[in-house]
Design a protein around this ligand. Structure first.
Ligand SMILES: Nc1nc2c([nH]c(=O)n2[C@@H]2O[C@H](COP(=O)(O)OP(=O)(O)OP(=O)(O)O)[C@@H](O)[C@H]2O)c(=O)[nH]1
Length: 131
């Protein structure tokens, strides 16, 4: 099975977390799902390098990476995803969307109101459990 390794940012501002919606995709199980912004690690990059590059590309954002949060391995029908998530902080809630079709700032107890990509469930669950 094809393997894909990505990094994803849990971006916080005060008590809120930034959630983004993917555009339409031919793979129905990720099409228009909510996710944490990020993307694939390129050859020679550290996870932190990849995260900062993706956030700059997708959101024009240069956040502070605070800590590692969780690595999820999820078998999708067409590939196995390994996703490393990191807690990040920003100093403003004004964020530009270059690729995503919607974004929401939610408190942890509101996170389960969104239609998340399946690989994100363990991250959402851990965030909700930790308060
Ligand atoms: N960044 C990110 N990707 C996620 C999350 N959850 C999840 O299933 N993914 C999956 O991880 C894969 C990598 O994301 P990506 O945005 O870099 O990939 P892509 O296929 O859109 O980009 P590409 O066209 O350059 O290959 C996608 O299949 C995406 O659905 C998430 O929370 N954040």
């Amino acid at each position: 099975m094809k393997k894909v390794e990505v990094v994803a940012a849990i971006i916080k501002y005060s008590e809120e977390i930034f959630c983004v919606q993917r555009p339409q995709n031919k793979l129905a199980y990720i099409s228009e799902k909510y996710e944490f912004p990020g993307g694939k690690i390129e050859l020679g990059e550290t996870k932190e390098d990849a995260l900062l590059r993706e956030l700059k590309e997708e959101l024009n954002l240069e956040p502070k990476i605070k800590s590692f949060f969780l690595t999820v391995v999820h078998p999708y029908p067409d590939f196995e995803l390994t996703m490393h998530s990191f807690i990040c902080e920003v100093s403003s809630k004004e964020i530009i969307l270059n690729e995503h079709i919607d974004a929401k700032w939610l408190t942890v107890d509101q996170l389960d109101s969104l239609d998340w990509a399946a690989a994100d469930f363990p991250i959402v669950k851990k965030l909700m459990a930790n308060g």
